[in-house]
Unconditional design. Structure first.
Lengths: 734, 290
């Protein structure tokens, strides 16, 4: 080309029309000079930016609290796809659909892009200077107890800055709220084992009995557990192929993969656990045996609806195949006696001698200031009470959407309006941001800096989240930068060394490099290497679990007969992709069928065909689900994987705001939950609401993946084939 | 290109076709050293949908929305089918059965023979390719596909509202096209990835090694249920699996299935129709004595 007289510089200039600049400016440029300020010259190319070559940068997934380590594929300055980081001990190169949809959260068309100030009914875009000054004004003269932060689970250096800021304000009001969290199980684990979240070894168990723990779908760290599960299912490990028994009232993704799925009357999980302890007979400590004495197989069978044959069969299986692993999950904990259920299940696990074999203690991590503050739903109740009393003057919210996730009966929206100044740090104009007086637009997780320590990790580690591309919008900011700016308002001198959150984060890592495995290394070299991996090992000491079963305080209520006006139990389900609704505006997830019902783009009411027949309901009937606290409407889906006394609806749908894909899609189950709480922890008892179902007379065709024949293979011999384990030899498979 | 030209030069347009089994003299003459194939372990598959989302991200699949979905116009190249046992039990007490369904890349593909313009094509590495700019949208291929894994662009999705609203189009993978209205599309076994891997190997003057290329679905799968590779490379995991399960490519009935009492779980869907699919499934296993 040079020989031909084609000007090389011009050629490169044309080549340089790559990346963000081109994509933003489109094809509207009429001359080469148009938009020249955005031309990237590749005469001196940015490191690792080669046109048409994708480069991978490591970071950390922020889509849920599992904190998987990821790598983002970046080409011409744009991030295209997220993949798992093979070096991670959490997800080992794998990734779930929710995590992969992180790119859609980043490129989402409905992100908030400018700081917004609401005054009365008007909303205006303001500058960051004005936004921060407004916050400063509003905070001036306030006492610490009049200021509060409502966040989701936080960890890492954002947690540190948040704590510093609250200290500066003299406030102790940090409410960590998660609408869907294993908070009851955490508390029960703490009592039974001495730690909130023991490390599990599914891959070492011969039998897993899971009381509603959806570890393959939406529980704690699903991608990590899925990998363990794959090992558990292999025939060529010393323990042989594992057997999974799932006990729950509504089939979860994990239940759908069980060797035996046992539908249980809602809320009686603890009784079944005690029944199994009683049936075990030998090897049970005397005090436990005494406590379990009343749980005879006949009584337990009557209470739980599980046949005596099945209880004894399960007991035999657990006796014959050890070690096993018994798990309590969200289905068992969402009752007013949820703590008791979880305690009984933990007791069974201890009696079986699994502690130390298939379950052990997480390491004690140094740097407690970085370890996660996990969220629960009690925090929202507490905050709600404080707001109702009119004590709060300024409320910050970050990473939560309580106006959407709080049940109507809490009257959260009314109480929120008693707070004169509400600041929402938000990605979308969701329900909570719509109520806020000041909305601060956040960087996406792919634009922001951060560090995090996941709650569940096989080995102690500190993960780094780093920008995978330049900001899409000039006026969004990272949460760390916002906190730093707010801190500088108060203590400019202490933070003046840090121009931004990046320099703070770098400073924090470099300062501590000796403890993070970089002793003696050059600062830059250490930091670059750390960034390259986007994770460092944290020093920790081995922890220990308490294996001693204790029966003190254990009492399981007899099952209530269902009440006349509200005869069915409502079990809100946590779907692997929708979770608590924070990602409802990601179109891939809306179009990704629910694994079990295959429904897309809407919510549904799961009813057992027997119950539906009694009520005269057929698929697609729009039914009204009414509880004491309210009612919602949705389409009925006849589903065999649910106890006939229960109905189920997925959480996460039915947004009134947030964005084009979320708004108006489905119905919000959170709204109609009754104010019933776990007696010990105060957590919302999410499965305790009773409802009645009535037909509205309307009917729709359900939009779903499965065909008109439902899940039938129409007698075809070889489509999805299942084989009994005695018919195959898995031990020598590749 | 005229139809007469096409018919006269059929072999040119349809590069290769099945030529026999291993051991058959023609096998050695197979024009390529590569035959891409897959195996999917249904026992490991949990039905989580991670593969399907990965496919959307990798292959620029449009999100069609509720209404078009209800018309059967979803564009999921990789979809999870969910089946229940048909034993008239009141509750499915052995769970559900999940089946990831994608183009089976048949060696004797029913879709290829019916294309009036030679747009459905067999490549030398054993894929059914779709030549978008040759496709006239007759949809014969889709009608003839027993697996229903071909997807037609009924709309011009790039200009359809809320499919890729700005700035979502920035996520699109530049390694492959965004298909326009009136064109059939389907799973390509991540053609852009196999192509890059082949080029890299060629540059380095070596053959493709197992692990050089992962499909997007395989890469995402949390339980490693999917393996993908070169069936002609005896060292590849997929070849070992096919060998061990005694599943042979050019067979409409496997010898092991004729003999009773084998304890192997490899099978192919609709094998009896003679499409010679390149995807082997491994039966889901459920414990017999609980």
């Amino acid at each position: 080309m040079i020989e031909n007289g084609f000007n090389r510089r011009d050629f490169l200039k044309v080549l340089g029309w790559g990346g963000t600049a081109v994509a933003l400016s489109g094809c509207g440029n009429t001359s080469i000079e148009n938009g020249k300020e955005t031309v990237v010259s590749y005469v001196e190319p940015t490191d690792y930016q080669i046109p048409s070559i994708g480069v991978y940068y490591n970071s950390t997934c922020a889509q849920c609290d599992a904190g998987c380590n990821i790598e983002g594929r970046v080409r011409e300055g744009r991030v295209l796809k997220l993949e798992g980081n093979p070096a991670s001990s959490i997800n080992r190169g794998k990734m779930c659909g929710l995590g992969q949809a992180g790119v859609q959260a980043h490129y989402n068309p409905d992100r908030v892009t400018e700081p917004l100030l609401r005054a009365g009914t008007t909303t205006e875009n303001i500058t960051w200077e004005k936004a921060l000054a407004t916050i400063n004004d509003k905070l001036n003269g306030l006492k610490g107890e009049e200021i509060a932060f409502l966040t989701g689970g936080v960890s890492g250096h954002v947690k540190v800055l948040l704590k510093n800021y609250l200290d500066v304000l003299g406030s102790k009001n940090h409410y960590a709220y998660e609408a869907v969290s294993p908070a009851v199980v955490r508390a029960s684990n703490k009592k039974a084992y001495g730690v909130e979240m023991p490390r599990l070894h599914l891959d070492k168990a011969k039998v897993i009995v899971s009381f509603g723990a959806d570890f393959l779908g939406a529980w704690v760290s699903p991608v990590h557990f899925s990998q363990q599960y794959a090992q558990f299912r292999k025939g060529n490990r010393p323990e042989g192929r594992g057997v999974l028994v799932q006990i729950e009232s509504k089939m979860t993704l994990t239940g759908a993969n069980a060797d035996r799925w046992i539908p249980i009357r809602p809320g009686t999980e603890g009784i079944l656990a005690m029944g199994i302890i009683n049936a075990l007979g030998v090897g049970v400590p005397a005090d436990v045996a005494a406590a379990a004495r009343d749980y005879t197989t006949d009584r337990v069978s009557k209470d739980t609806g599980v046949s005596a044959e099945q209880i004894l069969g399960l007991t035999e299986l657990l006796k014959a195949r050890s070690p096993s692993l018994v798990l309590a999950g969200s289905a068992a904990e969402g009752y007013s006696h949820g703590s008791q259920n979880a305690a009984a299940i933990a007791l069974l696990n201890q009696v079986l001698g699994n502690v130390g074999k298939t379950m052990d203690a997480p390491a004690n991590v140094q740097f407690a200031q970085l370890t996660p503050t996990t969220g629960n739903s009690l925090a929202l109740n507490d905050l709600n009470d404080v707001m109702a009393m009119g004590k709060l003057k300024v409320l910050f919210s970050y990473g939560v959407n309580p106006v959407y996730t709080a049940p109507d009966c809490l009257k959260l929206k009314d109480n929120l309006n008693k707070v004169p100044f509400k600041v929402a740090l938000a990605h979308y104009l969701d329900e909570t941001a719509m109520e806020a007086d000041l909305v601060l637009p956040l960087d996406s997780a792919l634009e922001d800096w951060g560090s995090s320590v996941p709650e569940y990790m096989p080995e102690p580690q500190l993960s780094i989240q780093q920008p995978l591309m330049e900001n899409l919008y000039p006026n969004t900011r990272g949460v760390g930068d916002i906190l730093l700016a707010l801190l500088k308002q108060r203590h400019a001198d202490q933070y003046k060394a840090y121009e931004d959150f990046y320099s703070y984060l770098r400073g924090a890592f470099v300062q501590n490099k000796a403890a993070l495995g970089g002793a003696g290394a050059d600062d830059d070299a250490f930091w670059n290497e750390t960034l390259g991996k986007a994770m460092v090992k944290l020093p920790g000491t081995a922890g220990s679990l308490s294996g001693k079963p204790t029966v003190a305080g254990l009492s399981l209520p007899a099952t209530k007969a269902s009440e006349g006006a509200y005869p069915l139990r409502l079990i809100p389900s946590v779907s692997p992709s929708q979770r608590d609704g924070r990602h409802a505006n990601l179109s891939w997830l809306q179009e990704s069928p629910d694994p079990l019902t295959t429904v897309v783009w809407d919510s549904w009411v799961e009813i057992h065909p027997k119950t539906a027949a009694k009520l005269g309901i057929v698929e697609g009937d729009i039914v009204e689900v009414t509880s004491l606290s309210g009612s919602i409407k949705s389409q009925a889906y006849l589903f065999p994987g649910i106890h006939p006394d229960a109905v189920s609806m997925p959480l996460g749908y039915g947004h009134e705001a947030m964005g084009r894909y979320a708004k108006g899609t489905g119905a919000n189950v959170f709204k109609i939950l009754d104010p019933l709480f776990d007696k010990e922890t105060g957590e919302l008892a999410i499965n305790e609401t009773n409802v009645r179902i009535s037909k509205t007379g309307k009917r729709v065709v359900i939009v779903k993946e499965e065909g008109p024949n439902g899940g039938s293979q129409l007698g075809r011999p070889k489509i999805a084939v299942k084989v009994s384990s005695d018919k195959v030899d898995l031990s020598k498979e590749v | 290109m005229s139809v007469s030209n096409l018919l006269e030069n059929w072999s040119k347009f349809r590069h290769t076709h099945p030529v026999g089994d291993k051991g058959h003299p023609d096998w050695e003459a197979y024009p390529s050293e590569i035959k891409w194939a897959m195996s999917i372990d249904l026992d490991a598959c949990t039905g989580c949908n991670a593969c399907s989302v990965a496919c959307y991200a990798e292959n620029n699949l449009p999100v069609v929305g509720k209404e078009k979905y209800s018309h059967g116009q979803a564009m999921h190249w990789m979809r999870i089918e969910r089946y229940w046992d048909e034993d008239k039990r009141e509750v499915p007490n052995q769970g559900a059965q999940f089946l990831p369904m994608l183009c089976q890349q048949c060696e004797a593909a029913p879709c290829e023979t019916v294309c009036p313009v030679g747009a459905t094509n067999h490549t030398e590495d054993g894929l059914n390719s779709q030549i978008y700019n040759r496709c006239i949208g007759s949809r014969y291929c889709s009608a003839n596909c027993p697996y229903k894994v071909r997807y037609f662009n009924w709309y011009d999705y790039p200009t359809t509202e809320n499919v890729w609203p700005a700035p979502m189009e920035q996520q699109l993978n530049p390694d492959l096209t965004v298909r326009g209205k009136g064109v059939m599309e389907k799973c390509t076994f991540c053609k852009q990835r196999t192509y890059t891997a082949r080029n890299n190997a060629k540059t380095e003057g070596r053959k493709i090694h197992d692990g050089d290329v992962q499909t997007a679905c395989q890469q995402a799968c949390p339980t490693n249920a999917i393996s993908f590779g070169n069936l002609f490379d005896p060292e590849s995991r997929v070849a070992k699996q096919w060998e061990q399960q005694q599943v042979e490519l050019i067979k409409e009935e496997q010898e092991k299935d004729v003999k009773p009492g084998n304890n192997l779980r490899g099978y192919r869907i609709f094998e009896e129709l003679r499409p010679y699919p390149s995807v082997m499934y491994l039966e889901r296993v459920r414990e017999s004595d609980v």
